[in-house]
Design a protein around this ligand. Structure first.
Ligand code: NAD
Length: 477
């Protein structure tokens, strides 16, 4: 089935794209065209920002409870279409349906309701001044937000921006990745069906030039970006020049620290290990793909990870039994394959995978791959691979494990695996990272998510995520 959208949607209006060009979506499973949408040009982005500016005064003036009611209605309609959202994402980026139906289908409504509740409960604060009098501390919406979203979790990462921004009283222009525009159009239609006022949420499908146009647009007050560290640096430069607030969620190369008392029984830990190290075909920013193993249990850990990765069912992402689907694009597969070649050239030993699955002659598949006999200084351990590739690095003692974990340009996720929760927690405190899990990993909407070092600036999720779309204003009474 080919999904075809013939018009751009800006608020309630249908706008024919200025440049008349289209974006074709190609299936990573079959390499066939599965959809086509109009591509937005700079004039469309200008119209979207103008609509967002026009909608902002009325949207911010709504009582928070009324905005919350809008968000809950939006959540209900998204939930009613959740299977279609999951299917579209899976068909476009190769995310296994088992992952898409648990994350992409559920997170958006969860986030809308979470932020609806949070903002409905927020009150103006009166503080006692140290110098006498009282101070009213207000939270005002920052204004028009440009949200730039990658293809790997387009709905979840989109709503990590859209939900708190709308709740705070901001209006939002979203630029999805060209790889995942079909779910973005369904989202635009759902927003209209939910009765969001025109201009409050607009989607402009396009590539990096359109993203750069939005980031520098004089009508934009804040930029929220998830994507590569390289693009994040460019965006940060523009925002620095313009003194424009920006949140950056960037790349990662996190550590999965296996302590010497860890349970390696895959029957017990396999499902959690999957989410923490291989989910979404390795195309997940927080994964712990640098596995740190105690030297005296090194062979045992390598064997366990080899068995784990080697047992994955690789196949069409739309098949409900698939655990590892194809990579999102041919370019992405090329990048992953060149990282594997580099790891081999550096002397790494491939214990499972390392190539393309023999039974797939179409689609951008790479076998789940494990490297042993690698060191943390090797490029295969330092660079973000963004594919199903794990490297197992030995360590001598806990201090060395912490040193290796922290010896990275990134600091986004990570895990500690241990039978002793107190010991795992003590170790987790020492890892320089934005988030870390004990014997499991899953970003939770209730807590801040984001990175340190090259993994980004700022936090999404939790009340902290809402604060990112609010300006504080003090009135000295
Ligand atoms: P990318 O940076 O190439 O693109 C991301 C988005 O930014 C796309 O919409 C793209 O069109 C746009 N874009 C690219 N360059 C731009 C520029 N100069 N100005 C404005 N917009 C620009 O990243 P990608 O390859 O699509 O996504 C994968 C990357 O995202 C990985 O590096 C991954 O680690 C990262 N990621 C981070 C998180 C996180 O929360 N930290 C989550 C998921 C993915």
């Amino acid at each position: 089935m080919i999904t075809h959208y013939d018009s751009l949607l800006i608020g309630d209006d249908r706008v024919t794209p200025a440049n008349g060009s289209t974006i074709r979506v190609v299936s990573p499973n079959t390499e066939e065209v599965i959809g086509e949408v109009p591509e937005a040009g700079p004039a469309d982005a200008d119209a979207a920002v103008a609509a967002a500016r026009a909608a902002f005064p009325a949207w911010r003036a709504l009582d928070p409870a009324e905005r919350a009611a809008h968000l809950r209605r939006f959540a209900d309609l998204i939930e009613a279409r959740k299977d279609r959202f999951a299917e579209l994402v899976s068909a476009q980026n190769g995310m296994p349906m088992a992952v898409a139906s648990r994350l992409e289908a559920l997170y958006p409504a969860l986030l809308l309701r979470y932020y609806a509740d949070l903002v409905a409960d927020q009150r103006e604060e009166d503080r006692q001044g140290l110098l006498g009098g009282t101070i009213k501390v207000l939270r005002e919406p920052v204004g028009v937000v440009a949200a730039i979203v990658p293809w790997n979790f387009p709905q979840t990462l989109g709503f990590m921006k859209i939900a708190p921004a709308l709740a705070a009283g901001c209006t939002v222009v979203v630029k999805p990745s060209p790889e995942t525009v079909l779910d973005a159009f369904l989202l635009a239609r759902t927003a209209i069906a939910a009765g969001l006022p025109p201009g409050v949420l607009t989607i402009v499908p396009g590539g990096r030039e359109l993203g750069a146009h939005l980031v520098a647009h004089p009508g934009v007050d804040k930029v929220a970006f998830t994507g590569s560290t390289a693009a994040g640096r460019e965006i940060a430069q523009t925002c620095g020049r313009l003194l424009r607030p920006v949140t950056l969620e960037l790349g990662g190369r996190s550590a999965a620290i296996v302590l010497d008392d860890a349970d390696l029984d895959l029957g017990a830990i396999g499902a959690d290990l999957f989410v923490a190290t291989l989910a979404n075909n390795g195309q997940t920013c927080f994964l712990g793909t640098r596995v740190l193993a105690p030297r005296h249990r090194y062979a045992e850990v390598v064997d366990a990870f080899t068995a784990f990765a080697g047992s994955m069912t690789v196949g069409d992402s739309l098949d409900p039994g698939t655990q590892i689907g194809p990579l999102a694009t041919a370019r992405q597969r090329d990048r992953v394959e060149s990282s594997i070649a580099r790891g081999r050239a550096e002397g790494g030993r491939v214990t499972t995978g390392g190539g393309r699955p023999a039974d797939r002659d179409r689609g951008w598949f790479v076998e789940p791959t494990v490297f042993a006999d690698v060191g943390n200084d090797d490029a295969v351990c330092r660079e973000e691979i963004f594919g199903p590739v794990l490297t197992v690095i030995p360590y001598r003692d806990e201090d060395e494990a912490v040193r290796i974990a922290n010896d990275s340009d990134y600091g986004l996720g990570g895990t500690v695996w241990s039978a002793d929760p107190d010991r795992a927690l003590r170790l987790a405190r020492r890892v320089h990272t934005g988030t870390i899990g004990l014997n499991r990993y899953m970003p939770d909407p209730a807590a801040p998510f984001g990175g340190v070092k090259d993994s980004g600036i700022g936090r999404e999720l939790g009340p902290e995520g809402l604060a990112g779309y609010q300006q504080f204003k003090s009135i000295y009474c």
